[in-house]
Design a protein around this ligand. Structure first.
Ligand code: SF4
Length: 357
C-alpha cells in the first residue's frame, strides 16, 4: 500500500466509522480503568457476553481504588461465568499496582502490568492517553492480511512485522484511539472471519485480497495440533439439598482458587483417584448425564455421576485433613460462587436423585 493509498484508506475508514460504529458501553470513555476493564473482558469473550459483566463490574468497582480494595474472592465471584479466570486475577493484581503507583500512560509502561500484553497496552494507551500506537488484535490481523493479500501464515515473525507495519501506516496519529477502534470495528462487523462483506467495505478500493478474489481464504494460519481428547468423571455428592465442592489450590496451573466438583480420569481407577486427590472416600453411583467441555488444548468428554463421600476424620466442611478446602453449597450459594465452567455445566444437569452422602 502506497503512502497515498494509506492516507485515502485512513480517511475512508474514519468516515465509515463515524457513521456505522456500534454504540457499545465502553465507547466514548477515555477513563483508563474502564478501557482496561473492557479490553481485558473482551479477550476471548464475545461483545454480547461481556456487556453485562462490564456493567456489573463498574457498578460494584467504579474505580481502580475500589477494585484494589476488594478481595480476590469478590472479584472472582463477579467474574464467574465469563471464563478465563486468570484475566480476573491479573486485573485485580494490576489494579493493586496502579492504586499504589499510579496509572501508566504509555504502551511500553502499560505492558508491564499483570495480564496486559502488547495489544491491550496499545489499546489503553491510544484510547485513554492518545498515544499514537497501532493496535494489532485478531480483527486487525485479519483485515490487514486481506488488504495486503498476505499469503504466509500470520504467526510467522515476518508476517507479524509486515502486518504491524501496515497497521501503523493505517493509524491516524492525530486520533489514534478512534482510528484503532475503527479498524477493529471493521474487522468485527464487515471483514468477518467467514464471508467478508466487501460490497459495504470502505477499504474495498485498497484491498488486494478482494481484488484477487482470495479475501475469504485469508488470513493463512499455521497448522494447529489437534486437541487432546480426555474422558473424565465428575462426582456430584449431595446432602440435604447441598452439593459438595472443593476449592482448587493456589498453586494450580489453571483455574487456581475456583470451586469445582470432584473430578478424575474416567475408568476403573476413578474412585481411587478421587479419594487420592480430594481426601475422604468416594463411591460413584448412577450416571446423571454427559457433557463436553473444552479447556485450553484439551477436549473433555465428561460423565457426571451421583456419588457418596465419607470425609476423613468425620469432617464435612472447611479444611479436609490433608486435602483441598471443601464446602457444601446450596444452589443459590453455588450460583454466586466462583466456580469452574465445568462445575457450572455439571451442576446445570438435572438434580441427581442419586445416593446421598
Ligand atoms: S474489502 Fe473485504 S476483505 Fe478487504 S478489508 Fe474490506 S471486508 Fe475485508
Amino acid at each position: 500500500m502506497t503512502r497515498t493509498d494509506a492516507a485515502a484508506a485512513r480517511a475512508a475508514l474514519a468516515a465509515w466509522y463515524a457513521r456505522h460504529r456500534r454504540e457499545l458501553p465502553w465507547r466514548g470513555t477515555s477513563d483508563p480503568y474502564a478501557v482496561l476493564l473492557s479490553e481485558l473482558m473482551l479477550q476471548q469473550t464475545r461483545v454480547a457476553a461481556a456487556m453485562p459483566y462490564y456493567a456489573r463490574f463498574l457498578a460494584r468497582f467504579p474505580d481502580v481504588a475500589a477494585l484494589a480494595a476488594a478481595t480476590e474472592e469478590e472479584v472472582l465471584a463477579l467474574w464467574s461465568g465469563l471464563g478465563y479466570y486468570r484475566r480476573a486475577r491479573q486485573l485485580h493484581a494490576a489494579a493493586r499496582r496502579i492504586a499504589a503507583a499510579g496509572f501508566p500512560r504509555t504502551a511500553r509502561e502499560l505492558a508491564q502490568l499483570p495480564g496486559v500484553g502488547p495489544y491491550t497496552a496499545a489499546a489503553v494507551a491510544s484510547i485513554a492517553f492518545g498515544e499514537p500506537v497501532a493496535v494489532v488484535d485478531g480483527n486487525v490481523v485479519r483485515v490487514v492480511a486481506r488488504l495486503l493479500a498476505w499469503d504466509e501464515p500470520v504467526e510467522r515473525a515476518a508476517s507479524r512485522r509486515a502486518i504491524a507495519a501496515a497497521a501503523g501506516a493505517l493509524l491516524d496519529r492525530e486520533r489514534p484511539g478512534e482510528s484503532n477502534q475503527a479498524l477493529m470495528e471493521l474487522g468485527a462487523t464487515l471483514c468477518r472471519p467467514a464471508g467478508p462483506l466487501c460490497g459495504a467495505c470502505p477499504l474495498a478500493p485498497f484491498c488486494a485480497g478482494r481484488g484477487r478474489g482470495v479475501a475469504a481464504e485469508l488470513p493463512r494460519r499455521a497448522p494447529r495440533r489437534p486437541p487432546q481428547r480426555e474422558r473424565l468423571v465428575v462426582a456430584r455428592v449431595e446432602r440435604a439439598g447441598r452439593v459438595l465442592l472443593f476449592r482448587r489450590g493456589a498453586g494450580e496451573r489453571l483455574l487456581a482458587g475456583l470451586w469445582e466438583l470432584p473430578e478424575a480420569p474416567a475408568g476403573a481407577g476413578a474412585e481411587a483417584a478421587l479419594t487420592a486427590r480430594y481426601g475422604g472416600r468416594f463411591r460413584l453411583g448412577a450416571p446423571l448425564g454427559r457433557l463436553r467441555h473444552a479447556i485450553t488444548t484439551r477436549a473433555l468428554e465428561v460423565e457426571v455421576r451421583a456419588a457418596r463421600w465419607e470425609p476423613a476424620g468425620g469432617q464435612v466442611g472447611g479444611q479436609v485433613a490433608e486435602g483441598p478446602e471443601a464446602a457444601w453449597l446450596s444452589p443459590a450459594e453455588a450460583a454466586g460462587a466462583p466456580l469452574t465452567a465445568l462445575a457450572r455445566k455439571a451442576l446445570a444437569l438435572g438434580a441427581s436423585g442419586g445416593p446421598e452422602s
